[in-house]
Design a protein around this ligand. Structure first.
Ligand SMILES: Nc1ncnc2c1ncn2[C@@H]1O[C@H](COP(=O)(O)OP(=O)(O)OP(=O)(O)O)[C@@H](O)[C@H]1O
Length: 306
């Protein structure tokens, strides 16, 4: 890393590549020790380019959530560095990380995680209200119009469909003009029409609003909206596809084509929503972090690994 600029150097990056908005170098994350040690990330180095939608795919337990959580400052790597928007976050204090998450990072989760007592508008501006930062009304309007929620701004979440709730969550993620938005299976709970709307919006937020989005997904159709698809396996990047079509993605993940959504089986099984609702992560200002992965829940319940 270039310590003077707080950025990772990219000797091999082609000149026309947009600069990295978030990057990791030699990221290692282990859980436990000795015989029970799990190496969730095993030396990951990656740049997420500015103004791009990147999808991360991989089998259950391959490290997708761990990578995203380390990149977003929700988890601390065992070794290696993470730089977001030119700032090295891997060694930041919890206080500084909380500040960063409130203003510089946007989150979208599978379970929407809206506050039920607040209207759509209040949910959207919540990160700024918590950070006591002013709302840029022009940007707010642009984001609200882009997600098509202007007519429903005064509705509470229980009066909105799942797709509308997720569109509110997308607007909330973008309202502070974050450096990067991390979306963790954002369409995991949605039907195919709502999924298309949310994915179209995420792509538009990149193409038309200039945002940078990193999305974990198990769905090849969702990944096909991305400029780039990374595959993870056993905590390592195993493939890096530029502008792949669905066929290429399906071939890379070894899945079958299927126009209709179906419950995936085997390695690409969909992760069910947490049965008991999302768990807040310590230091998460909004309590908007999704619950643990299926592998983690099974482990916490004392079940043997699948
Ligand atoms: N808090 C934890 N304690 C111990 N092991 C963990 C913890 N979190 C994750 N792991 C392990 O790290 C590995 C990667 O987990 P991670 O949740 O990142 O995978 P994933 O690809 O996101 O999986 P999924 O698709 O099931 O959500 C798994 O083996 C998992 O069991």
């Amino acid at each position: 890393m270039d310590p003077a600029r707080g950025r990772h150097s990219q000797p091999d990056a082609p000149a026309e590549q947009p600069p990295a908005q978030a990057s990791a170098r030699d990221l290692v994350k282990t859980y436990g020790s000795g015989e029970t040690e799990v190496r969730a990330l095993d030396g990951v180095s990656v740049d997420f380019a500015q103004g791009r939608l990147t999808a991360i795919m991989g089998p259950s337990g391959s490290g997708k959530s761990t990578l995203m959580h380390c990149m977003a400052g929700l988890d601390t790597p065992t070794s290696g560095t993470v730089v977001v928007d030119g700032v090295e976050i891997s060694s930041m204090s919890q206080r500084a990380l909380t500040r960063l998450r409130r203003t510089r990072v946007g989150f979208v989760f599978q379970a929407y995680n809206l506050v039920p007592t607040l209207t759509a508008e209040e949910n959207i501006t919540l990160p700024l209200d918590i950070a006591r930062a002013p709302v840029d009304r022009e940007w707010f309007d642009a984001v609200v119009d882009a997600v098509g929620m202007r007519a429903r701004l005064h509705h509470r979440p229980n009066a909105l469909s799942g797709g509308e709730q997720q569109r509110v969550a997308c607007a909330r993620a973008l309202v502070s003009r974050p450096s990067v938005v991390f979306a963790d299976e954002p369409t995991g709970n949605l039907d195919s029409k709502s999924s298309r709307e949310v994915l179209t919006f995420l792509r538009q937020s990149v193409d038309e609003l200039g945002q940078t989005v990193v999305m974990v997904t198990h769905d090849p159709r969702a990944a096909a909206y991305a400029h780039r698809v990374l595959l993870l396996g056993d905590g390592r990047i195993t493939a890096d596809l530029a502008n792949p079509g669905r066929e290429e993605i399906l071939a890379a993940v070894g899945a079958e084509d299927d126009d209709e959504p179906r419950p995936a089986t085997g390695r690409y099984a969909a992760v069910p929503a947490p049965a008991t609702g999302p768990l807040a992560v310590v230091g998460d200002p909004l309590g908007v972090v999704r619950g643990p992965s299926r592998a983690r829940r099974a482990r916490d319940a004392g079940e043997p690994p699948a």
